[in-house]
Design a protein around this ligand. Structure first.
Ligand code: 5AD
Ligand code: SF4
Length: 487
């Protein structure tokens, strides 16, 4: 995948924050998620109550919205606090060991609920469920349900049997499941930005990555259901959709009866045509797969945002080969040059892994060099974490000492910080069109939103409200935020 991470995150000055340590409003939110629900959704004695907490990539958050929809059809209503729930679900991430450790800690906290309410059920969903399967039941005694990412339709019957005291596991992966017909219940939404899952799984075999093992084969969702979902969102007042997939460029849908086919670039245009006031974003692109058509679509439609998340992973061709990324340093640089020449000012962000198997100091410096050349607008940076079962774990030695990984990661983070400060300083004096998303965290007198290039912009409220497009003149900056005034 490149995983499809929510895009509001920027790195904090000089501090490395693993995606999992972010706050609920951030890209890799963690914590309670619940919809704002209407009067008729309020609990009656007949309702059972569920609580769901999500970790990891945006796709997981999106999946939790599908799970919520399935449960609410099964007479469950969401609650904000886990001690109030009859069913506690945790939608998990397995991408790095630290993610799994965090989830095990949370399970320990959830186990206290069982002391008070022995009938409460605890379910583990998502990638960690898929990776560990029934082993999770042995390792975490308090778990009643283990459900993989393609088995959520089975939740009502799994829950019913768990209520009878059985421990239930369904981790079957599917070649077809896209949940196309399920209307997600928008959990903890700002009512303006939504994520639409357009495909599932990943057919790439990046050697470090556990996702192909946990999310299975790639499959594309029916484009008509995607457009319908986006239209409904627009009618409800949403003004931005992000099309999500592990590798959106390989989206490919075909109607076997009519032979009609749709590529990712065509899908983008279909969604963009819904309304010029609906912004369209997408994530994630793969450097080997992003096409000229996608770049041209951004160019052609002003409401397709000028922003591409293009994971580099490493700036060394030798490391890229060991990672099985199937492109070289030169290929990557060439892609960036092409994007920049066709879409001047296009925002580009990236993912980088420090300390992959066998990475020499020279190879690490090659990563710093590419970062220096590209001048990414944003970066998500990690140290390599060996995942059992991946090609890297099977064939290569995780031989870079922890201290060296930390040191290299810090160098990468520091460089990215300096680049962002310089990039943002260049924005001063420019005018940007911002979609207001809500009040700034620091002050109710300021709104925040993002530019087409995905830069976070804060400005005085001045009679505007969330959902408005506002032209803002940039007057100041930090490494993560632009500050300005509406004009
Ligand atoms: N260790 C560290 N980072 C990883 N990623 C994926 N697998 C691993 C791993 N084993 C990173 C990649 C990917 C992002 C979502 O997570 O950079 O693009
Ligand atoms: Fe992304 Fe590669 Fe993992 Fe697929 S295998 S999810 S492309 S990092």
């Amino acid at each position: 995948m490149e995983e499809t991470y929510r895009e509001t995150l920027t790195i904090e000055p000089l501090a490395l924050r693993d995606r999992l340590s972010l706050k609920a409003s951030d890209e890799n939110r963690q914590g309670e998620v619940y919809p704002e629900y209407s009067e008729e959704m309020k609990a009656t004695p007949l309702h059972r109550k569920f609580y769901i907490e999500s970790y990891g990539c945006q796709m997981n958050f999106s999946d939790s919205e599908i799970v919520a929809s399935i449960l609410m059809k099964d007479n469950f209503i969401p609650v904000e606090k886990f001690p109030d729930a009859d069913l506690i679900l945790i939608n998990t991430c397995a991408i790095r060991e630290s993610a799994e450790q965090k989830i095990r800690q949370r399970l320990t906290e959830f186990s206290k609920v069982k002391k008070k309410n022995p009938d409460a059920l605890i379910g583990v969903l998502g990638c960690m469920a898929e990776r560990l399967k029934s082993r999770l039941l042995e390792e975490e005694k308090i778990v009643d349900l283990v459900v993989g990412p393609d088995a959520y339709r089975d939740l009502p019957s799994l829950i019913a049997r768990a209520e009878d005291g059985q421990k239930m596991v369904n981790v079957l992966l599917s070649r077809e499941e896209t949940y196309a017909d399920i209307s997600p219940v928008r959990l903890s939404s700002n009512g303006i930005c939504a994520f639409i899952s357009i495909m599932r799984g990943c057919n790439n075999m990046c050697s470090f990555c556990v996702v192909p093992l946990t999310r299975g084969r790639e499959r594309s969702r029916d484009p008509y259901s995607i457009v319908k979902e986006a239209e409904n969102l627009f009618d409800q007042g949403f003004r931005e959709v992000t099309l999500l997939g592990q590798n959106v460029d390989s989206y490919s849908w075909k109607n076997e009866v009519t032979n009609e086919s749709v590529t990712f670039a065509q899908l983008l245009m279909k969604v963009a045509l819904i309304h010029s006031d609906l912004r369209v974003r997408f994530s994630t692109s793969h450097p080997k797969d992003i096409t000229a058509e996608v770049i041209l679509a951004i160019n052609k439609c002003p409401n397709i945002c000028s922003y591409i998340h293009l994971p580099l992973q490493s700036g060394s061709s030798a490391v890229l080969q060991r990672m099985n990324r199937t492109y070289t340093r030169e290929w990557y640089i060439n892609k960036v040059d092409t994007i920049r020449s066709l879409i001047p000012g296009c925002g580009i962000s990236t993912d980088i892994i420090a300390g992959f198997c066998g990475e020499t100091e020279e190879e690490h410096f090659e990563t710093l060099e590419v970062m220096d050349y590209v001048q990414f607008d944003m970066g998500y940076m990690f140290k390599y974490s060996e995942r059992p079962g991946t090609p890297a774990a099977r064939k290569m030695k995780d031989d870079i000492p922890e201290q060296t990984k930390n040191f290299r990661l810090q160098q990468i983070v520091d460089l990215q910080h300096r680049i962002q400060v310089i990039n943002n300083s260049r924005e001063v004096g420019k005018q940007v069109r911002v979609l207001a998303e809500g009040y700034s965290k620091r002050s109710k007198e300021h709104l925040f939103g993002r530019s087409s290039e995905n830069k976070v912009v804060v400005f005085p409220e001045g009679g505007f409200k969330k959902g408005d497009y506002v032209n803002v003149k940039i007057l100041g900056y930090t490494s993560a935020t632009l500050m300005g005034e509406a004009i």
